[in-house]
Design a protein around this ligand. Structure first.
Ligand code: GLU
Length: 449
């Protein structure tokens, strides 16, 4: 267990007391505060004026009712959230998640992580997150549209190009962003392209935004492997999930010469020793909206599907958890280390439990935390905002080149910060401190607000 600095311990205790029961939020705050002892010792001014206490308290939290009518004509009620966590560096920025597990604690953990992630990108964006406990699984297109419209009917008064710019997350992709943008436009009578990111190309979206989170995570891991003079070439890689992040992680890993042998969804995982057939995964998940079990059924020999086991039992050199929070436990980390894993890159937000992170670090496995490794998605959202603001649209190559540079810079910043603070190779510490310093400088300059 990492000991927390004595100045920071009362702050953590107060966060735990005030936000009782919000386990994921506690976990995210604890991890950051564990890293900050060394900064506060070096720069005591960052602890002045209750700066850290203010950082842990969202600037604004909005909770609202989302009524909608299903295909049977029944009225359904969900709960909507938007947590506007910190706007010291720019308008609040962060995705919207539709998943039955969503509650205020989940949105606060995601919003808190987003502050540091967004700061690491070096772009002018603050941190926020939103979502709903709506379950899109099995819902018709019409139901999805009516839900998105109702959600935006309340959300529209809280967002804007200069205020808060939502995007997608789990359960929210191009289709949902389209319905929400349409409703925003209708309600405000403004074609304000920069109010949402993750839009489709034909109405103000950015090329490479869909691919950005997965590509970015892979660029980060590539750079991390390079510090050990190695590459993806020929490495067995396991990528959990089969959503947007996982699909484009697999695509880039394959392009870099790695061999992806397994992926998953919330029901189970599939192993294909010949290498996952990405076209089939895309067809199943993006077009047919089917389950990953169909992969093994369609491919047959040489593949197998395991229902409800752990994908981390599959031996690999590189693990890229790209599904959801706390999907990789301490027991999974032990298995991965026993099987000789060399690097772990988090595509999802906080997919490894604190115990898993400790096990990787003790075993000297290269470990890239989500708030650094998956920052490519939001960074490309900021590039989308730039294009919208200048009414411009860039080529795929140009946009991906910018993404690659941003990821390289984030990697190097985390590595240098870890060195500077006496913990070489500790990307968790490097990411937390580097992200914090950028936000703290701005908060300090803006006074007590
Ligand atoms: N939901 C993504 C994240 O976790 C992207 C957010 C965005 O593009 O604003 O960073």
């Amino acid at each position: 267990m990492v000991v927390i600095d004595e100045k920071l311990e009362p702050i953590l205790n107060e966060v735990l007391r005030r936000n009782a029961g919000e386990q994921e939020f506690h976990q995210a705050v604890r991890e950051v505060l564990e890293s900050l002892g060394r900064v506060v010792a070096k720069h005591p001014n960052y602890a002045n004026n209750a700066l850290i206490e203010r950082l842990c308290e969202p600037e604004r939290q909005i909770i609202f009712r989302v009524p909608w009518v299903d295909d049977k004509g029944q009225v359904q009620i969900n709960r909507g959230f938007r947590v506007q966590f910190n706007s010291a560096l720019g308008p609040y920025k962060g995705g919207i998640r539709f998943h039955p597990s969503v509650n205020i604690g989940i949105i606060k953990f995601l919003g808190f992580e987003q502050i540091f992630k967004n700061a690491l990108t070096g772009m002018p964006i603050g941190g926020g997150k939103g979502g709903s406990d709506f379950n899109p699984r099995g819902r018709s297109d019409g139901e999805i549209m009516r839900f998105c419209q109702s959600f935006m009917t309340e959300l529209h008064r809280h967002i804007g190009e200069y205020t808060d710019v939502p995007a997608g997350d789990i359960g929210v992709g191009g289709r949902e962003i389209g319905y929400m943008f349409g409703q925003y436009k209708r309600l405000t009578n403004r074609y304000e392209a920069g109010v949402l990111t993750g839009k489709a190309l034909f109405y103000g979206g950015s090329r490479a935004r869909t691919e950005a989170t997965g590509y970015g995570a892979t660029y980060f891991v590539e750079r991390m492997l390079a510090t050990k003079k190695t590459t993806f070439e020929g490495k067995r890689t396991v990528v959990s999930g089969s959503g947007n992040v996982a699909v484009y992680t697999m695509e880039k890993v394959i392009e870099f010469g790695g061999k992806v042998v397994a992926c998953s969804d919330s029901n189970g995982y599939v192993v294909d020793e010949k290498g996952i057939d990405l076209d089939l995964v895309k067809e199943l998940k993006e077009v047919r909206r089917a389950r990953i079990s169909d992969y093994a059924r369609l491919k047959g020999a040489g593949t197998h599907y395991v229902e409800s086991g752990s994908i981390w039992d599959v031996p690999c050199d590189i693990a890229m958890p790209s599904a959801t929070q706390n999907e990789l436990t301490g027991a999974d980390a032990k298995t991965l280390v026993k099987n000789g894993v060399k690097a772990v890159g988090e595509g999802a937000n906080m997919p490894s439990t604190p115990e898993a992170v400790r096990i990787f670090q003790e075993a000297r496995v290269l470990f890239a935390p989500g708030k650094a490794a998956n920052a490519g998605g939001v960074a490309t959202s900021a590039l989308e905002m730039q294009q919208n603001a200048s009414r411009d649209s860039w080529s795929f190559e140009q946009t991906e080149a910018k993404l690659a540079t941003i990821m390289r810079n984030i990697h190097d910043l985390c590595a240098q910060t870890a060195d500077e603070y006496g913990a070489p190779g500790d990307y968790v510490l490097g990411a937390n401190i580097a992200g914090f310093v950028r936000v703290a400088e701005a908060m300090d300059a803006l006074g007590v607000i």
